[in-house]
Design a protein around this ligand. Structure first.
Ligand code: NDP
Length: 400
């Protein structure tokens, strides 16, 4: 059907690229473009011979809009799948506009010098994408991404109105290290050390980091401690789900992770303020990233499951209704299939599906869209087909 360019070649990209190559009927050509081209070449070498997808590679600094535009114009993909870091989102969106190509990502833009998670910078491109006749699909990972599609699906098939959404992200995997992050350490630590917040009755309620704790009995996993975090899909769901009164996001953390994080914060290692060290400027969090285990090395060591889903409370035919839609994923099964643990897998699969939705035209209209704004049905079918089957529980335990 067409050509996709993937930008970035880290943990999430590796899974998406495996899935693109499995889906060679849709993705007939693939260009892997990243900062370190040797990683792209190694993946190309591993996958060639297993797929009909024709693979090329390229070196690019995605912060350089001119160089990236030139590369996109030369390669002429139908869609660009941005799996670099959130800092690159706007540069890649500019290059896609200049080259006339559709855009998909998995995380909202963050300025490098402030940990801020907001869609305002990307939503500001709406008119430009509309005028150019291009689609930009924002947040096609699991959360955001699948959680947003679950919300649209629940609204379409089960509710007249949804009043409460609790998004639960449980990773019960054990990698055996006292402290490691399951995706890019810098992005992960910025997210979990930021203040928490949730949406209630039309406005944000802010909390201290990890201030709100709950215990939840996850299907197929059991009881886990989880903490309220700010999360980007809350912002768009609050606009796009009519009748919504409250949206919260909870993520599970073990004691060891939290103790280490507290110590690292106390000594200043999670700071994003540059400091002078032996005559040169360094950012403590970037230095910490360099000494922590590379998330892509966790695959062979991680055992256990993830469970990510949404609890909905709303009304159908005048009656109160509750529903939990979720996926469970096994770290070792993911590793056997694509050589990565489940956190990268649960992000990389929906990234491929988002690219497929735009490439095939199932989800394509000029402008900037969050995932819940399209018909959820083809995406939900694709999740079942491509490795992330979902389940529905009609009588879930609720979160206090
Ligand atoms: P990694 O750090 O493993 O990979 C990032 C890749 O981007 C690396 O290959 C890196 O290159 C490349 N890169 C970084 N800067 C540039 C640049 N300027 N130009 C070109 N390439 C660049 O990150 P992850 O795979 O863990 O995460 C990828 C994305 O997925 C992030 O945006 C993250 O926030 C998002 N994510 C979304 C989730 C969701 O559910 N929605 C969940 C988890 C992650 P190099 O190899 O040289 O370092």
């Amino acid at each position: 059907m067409g050509k996709v360019m993937v930008i970035g070649c880290g943990g999430v990209a590796s899974v998406a690229i495996h899935k693109i190559c499995q889906n060679d009927g849709v993705f007939t050509e693939l260009c892997i473009a990243s900062r370190t081209v040797s990683k792209c070449d190694a993946l190309k070498e591993k996958l060639e011979g297993t797929t009909k997808t024709k693979i090329t590679t390229a070196q690019v600094d995605a912060d350089d809009v001119e160089a990236l535009t030139a590369l996109i114009k030369k390669e002429q993909p139908e869609v660009v799948l941005n799996l670099a870091l959130p800092y690159q989102d706007l540069a890649i969106m500019d290059a896609c506009l200049a080259a006339g190509v559709h855009y998909i990502d998995t995380a909202n833009y963050e300025p490098e010098d402030t940990a801020k998670f907001e869609y305002k910078w990307q939503w500001a491109y709406r008119e430009k994408y509309e005028k150019a006749g291009l689609t930009a699909l924002l947040g096609s990972g699991f959360d955001p991404g699948v959680t947003s599609v679950f919300s649209a699906y629940a609204l379409k098939h089960y509710f007249d109105e949804i009043n409460y959404i609790d998004i639960l992200d449980c990773n019960a995997g054990d990698h055996g290290y006292p402290f490691a992050t399951n995706f890019n350490p810098e992005i992960n630590i910025r997210e979990v050390s930021a203040k928490g917040s949730y949406w209630e009755n039309g406005h944000w309620v802010e909390t201290e980091p990890m201030e709100i704790k709950r215990v939840y009995n996850f299907p197929e996993i059991g009881e886990k401690d989880m903490y309220l975090l700010h999360h980007e899909e809350i912002e768009s769901l609050a606009l796009n789900i009519p009748g919504i009164r409250r949206i919260r996001f909870f993520m599970t953390f073990g004691e060891s992770y939290l103790n280490h994080l507290r110590c690292l914060e106390d000594v200043g290692m999670t700071s994003i303020e540059p400091i002078m060290y032996e005559g040169r400027e360094i950012v403590p969090l970037q230095f910490l990233k360099a000494v922590l285990p590379d998330p892509s090395s966790l695959g062979p060591r991680t055992k256990g499951k993830t469970n990510i889903g949404c609890i909905f409370i709303g009304k159908k035919d005048g009656q109160e209704k509750r529903l939990y839609i979720y996926n469970t994923c096994d770290h070792q099964e993911c590793y056997k299939e694509v050589g990565s643990q489940a956190v990268a897998y649960t992000t990389g699969v929906p990234a491929m599906i988002g690219a497929m939705m735009v490439m095939t035209g199932a989800w394509k209209k000029p402008g900037i869209y969050n995932m819940e704004e399209f018909d959820p049905d083809p995406f939900m079918d694709a999740l079942n087909k491509w490795g992330l089957p979902w389940k529905i529980s009609e009588d879930p335990e609720l979160v206090e």
